[in-house]
Design a protein. Structure first.
Length: 174
């Protein structure tokens, strides 16, 4: 039997309370910022939704789509929206597909996964059969991360290592 002094137990319980209070205050702040950011983003873009990242932070996902080019963008709910996105997937329409031109923003925060989910939903809602893209030489310094990302999102990937070139392909049937 292990003896734990009452002071340690009380301190442990108090820490949990302070953690909970801090989390609630952070959530309250994010909700306030979300409300303000949504008002500003909606003036220029179509809001697709809100989502939580892998770090349990709230983000607003929105799109600009002119029928030729679409940009699925994301802004966090911890900073004010000042007209700039925190992450985006830039794509263009080609026949009955969306072709990803570029993915921009910080990596390893879950932003790419959130945007990709919304891009796929957007494609399905608009009867777009495929999402395609290319991996080019400028991406080669992070090719392993890209392969992991696209596999996680159920894309078929073809890589030509020698040429430092690759193609990605997604359809609901893949």
């Amino acid at each position: 039997m292990t003896y734990t002094p009452k002071a340690l137990i009380d301190n442990k319980d108090e820490k949990k309370k302070s953690d909970i209070i801090e989390e609630l205050e952070d959530l309250e702040f994010q909700m306030y910022r979300m409300r303000e950011n949504i008002k500003e983003i909606a003036k220029r873009s179509q809001i697709l939704g809100i989502e939580q990242t892998k770090e349990e932070k709230w983000v607003i996902v929105y799109i600009i789509d002119d029928g030729h080019v679409c940009k699925v963008m994301l802004h966090d709910c911890e900073t004010p929206y000042l007209g700039k996105w925190d992450f985006s997937i830039h794509a263009q329409y080609k026949n009955n597909e969306i072709h990803i031109d570029d993915i921009r923003g910080a990596h390893n925060r879950g932003f790419g996964s959130v945007c990709m989910k919304f891009l796929k939903d957007h494609a399905l809602n608009n009867n777009i059969q495929y999402i395609t893209g290319e991996i080019c030489e400028r991406d080669w310094d992070h090719i392993d991360r890209l392969k992991h990302f696209y596999k996680k999102h159920h894309f078929a990937i073809e890589i030509q290592e020698k040429e430092k070139y690759g193609e990605i392909y997604w359809s609901p049937a893949v």
